[in-house]
Structure formats: structure tokens, C-alpha cells
Ligand binder design. Structure first.
Ligand code: FE2
Length: 145
């Protein structure tokens, strides 16, 4: 089920955003450090909500860290060095694009069964990813002078 992969990706993304939050360097450090904190809080809220949807359906969400690592499609971030803002932004854009794409697949899978709990939740996620992708792409864009 795609939702299992999506839950695993939210878990891994939550940790990846921490690595960037901790190891970011550069002139926009303060803003980027705060931004990644807001983002990992949001990703954690999504992770929790998706897991609770399993319980609403009287199922158990995948919960073992090993299972998340096995299922996740996101590549882990090197954790032993600093990141510049541009590199970190590119990593986050890649991950949010992957999350958006997977969210659309999850939506499609659950739409077939009229599973509106998942469909409605996931549609909000896609809107959030779009907003963050706009922010991140604008961060990378060269300034008009
Ligand atoms: Fe922090």
C-alpha cells in the first residue's frame, strides 16, 4: 500500500530536515534554521495524523524504524558535514517534489475506494508541499537587480 511508503517517507523526512536544521551554514542561517524547524514540525504533524488514520480504520500503522528505512524512497542526508543554503534548498526541493508525487499516488489509490478520510488529508498535504516548493524555488532564484 502506497500509504505505508508515504508514512515511512514522512518519518525519514522529519529526520533529514533536522540534519539540515543543525548543520546549515551561510548568510541566511537564522531564517533557514527557523524555516526548517517549522517544516519538521509540520512533517511530524502529518506523520502523526497519517498514523492515526490507520487506527481509525482499526489497522495498526507501520511503526518500526527498520520498516520505515526499508520502505522509504528518500535518500538519507550525509550527516557529518555542513550544508550551504543552496545545497540544502536543493535537497529539500527534491524531497518535497517526491513527497508531492507520492501523495498524488496515495490519493489516487484511496479515491477508488471512496476513502475520503485519506483523500481529504492528502489533498491538504499537496497544497502544503506546493506552498513550500514555491518558497524554496524563490530562495534559489537569482535576485532581480
Ligand atoms: Fe532546533
Amino acid at each position: 500500500m502506497k500509504l505505508d511508503i508515504y508514512l515511512a517517507d514522512l518519518f525519514v523526512l522529519y529526520q533529514k530536515l533536522h540534519v539540515i536544521h543543525w548543520n546549515i551554514t551561510g548568510r541566511q542561517f537564522k531564517a533557514f534554521h527557523a524555516f526548517t524547524e517549522d517544516l519538521y514540525d509540520e512533517v511530524h504533524a502529518k506523520f502523526d495524523t497519517v498514523a492515526e488514520i490507520y487506527r481509525m480504520k482499526e489497522k495498526f500503522p507501520p511503526s518500526k524504524i527498520k520498516d520505515y528505512l526499508d520502505k522509504s524512497t528518500l535518500k538519507e542526508t550525509p550527516a557529518n558535514r555542513a550544508f550551504g543554503i543552496d545545497e540544502a534548498t536543493e535537497i529539500i526541493i527534491g524531497d518535497l517534489e517526491a513527497m508531492r508525487e507520492l501523495a498524488l499516488e496515495v490519493r489516487k489509490e484511496h479515491e477508488k475506494d471512496d476513502d475520503f478520510v485519506v483523500v481529504n488529508e492528502i489533498e491538504d498535504h499537496v497544497a502544503d508541499y506546493d506552498k513550500h516548493l514555491w518558497f524554496m524555488r524563490a530562495t534559489l532564484a537569482k535576485e532581480n537587480k
